[in-house]
Write a protein that binds this ligand. Structure first.
Ligand code: PLP
Length: 383
């Protein structure tokens, strides 16, 4: 019911705290199956200070728009491109939708089709449905990377683009993006790389000596990349990223926004009014942590995932779905559903899907949390 009279802030807050007390929080260390994390305190500070900025009306917030451009430039640099074109958006879902929209609009095909791995995130299902693009699902190899030959066989005159994934949602697998890039170039098709998760992991993991395929704009067939700062970038939600190699992709999805207080502009994003503060926080976090800072975050996460994978193998009945590539470890057990139920009952934020439980070593996940989890898992499997 809409209250007749207002209440004291303290009373309202108290009520809110009570109502949300059953939420699992990232800082509790109990959330092991999410790609989000407790945001970096500095990013929270930035968001708080600049909370009123609206990038939907950049004529008013001219400085913030420039900062967003600089953030896109720094992300482009991280991904091997001197200058890219894009936006800080609401998340990987919006970023993927924008990429599909650009490919469709540029292709001028009556019955557009997009070829994507069976491991692709469900955001593409939304994209396909909203944009009238038929999704053509490509098979996976035994190692859960996409089968490039199957993609090639599925190319038709209606194909508007190809998707590869750098850090799949379920297993953190990186597709053979170099082969997909060659294929895309051979057929004159644009390749979109969904690095929503991997974008803030792979560049640093490579530098640390982990073997991960190339995945970014250094490969000429790659025309767009999704990279989410609200995942391993530690920026508060919402902060996704879409970057295009060329301006024409952004132009292909821009519509005029004529009535804004700051004057007419062209808008490419799905959202109109959108948070400037989070884009500023992306810029601020990159400046604050730098390559070395993020490398340190990724180092800890990767080491933890390798240790965790080794520990899992010691539990009778528990098996890895595959050796981890990034900082995601997924495993199966007998009676998976009962084990999942028991672990949830014990307060763990995990879920089983596609026959396995996925653990994501986000910055809030520490070894002591995983040790406690392993103890519970041992018992859950035994029962
Ligand atoms: N792409 C991949 C590979 C993802 O793993 C996810 C989310 O987990 C998304 C896209 C969608 O991101 P968001 O939930 O920020 O919209």
């Amino acid at each position: 019911m809409f209250p007749e009279r207002g209440a004291d802030e303290e009373d309202v807050l108290e009520e809110l705290r009570k109502k949300t007390s059953e939420d699992l929080t990232f800082d509790s260390g109990r959330i092991l199956g999410s790609m989000c994390t407790y945001p970096h305190p500095f990013a929270v500070k930035v968001v708080t200070e600049f909370i009123d900025r609206n990038l939907g009306d950049p004529g008013l917030h001219v400085g913030s728009r420039k900062v967003e451009e600089e953030a896109i430039e720094m992300l482009s640099n991280l991904l091997g491109l001197e200058k890219g074109y894009g936006h800080i958006v609401s998340g990987g879902t919006e970023a993927n939708i924008l990429a599909v929209r650009a490919f469709r609009n540029l292709a001028d095909v009556e019955k557009p089709e997009l070829i994507l791995p069976k491991s692709a995130h469900f955001s593409f299902i939304k994209a396909g449905e909203m944009l009238g693009v038929k999704l053509v699902w490509a098979e996976l190899n035994n190692d859960y990377t996409v089968n490039v030959r199957d993609i090639e066989e599925k190319i038709t005159e209606n194909t508007v683009g190809i998707v590869g994934i750098a850090g799949t949602t379920g297993l953190g697998v990186v597709d053979d993006i170099p082969a997909l890039s060659d294929l895309a170039l051979d057929y004159g098709l644009p390749l979109h790389v969904d690095a929503a998760f991997g974008g803030f992991v792979i560049p640093f993991a490579k530098e640390l000596g982990y073997e991960v395929p190339d995945f970014d704009f250094r490969l000429k067939g790659v025309k767009s990349v999704t990279i989410d700062p609200h995942k391993m970038g530690m920026v508060p939600i919402p902060a996704g990223g879409i970057i295009f190699r060329e301006k024409r992709f952004l132009e292909a999805i821009s519509v005029p926004a004529p009535y804004l207080a700051g004057g007419k502009v062209w808008q490419a994003t799905i959202t109109g009014t959108r948070p400037g503060a989070n884009a500023l926080a992306v810029w601020a976090m990159i400046k604050h942590l730098g390559f070395e800072g993020y490398k340190g975050v990724v180092k800890k996460a990767m080491e933890l995932s390798r240790w965790f994978a080794r520990e899992l193998k010691k539990i009778p009945g528990v098996y890895l779905i595959r050796e981890p590539v990034l900082n995601i470890v997924s495993f199966g057990t007998p009676n998976l559903e009962e084990v999942e139920e028991e672990l949830k009952r014990r307060g763990w934020g995990i879920s089983a899907h596609r026959g396995y439980i996925r653990i994501v070593m986000m910055p809030h996940v520490k070894r002591e949390h995983l040790e406690a989890f392993l103890g519970d898992l041992r018992e859950a499997v035994r029962n």
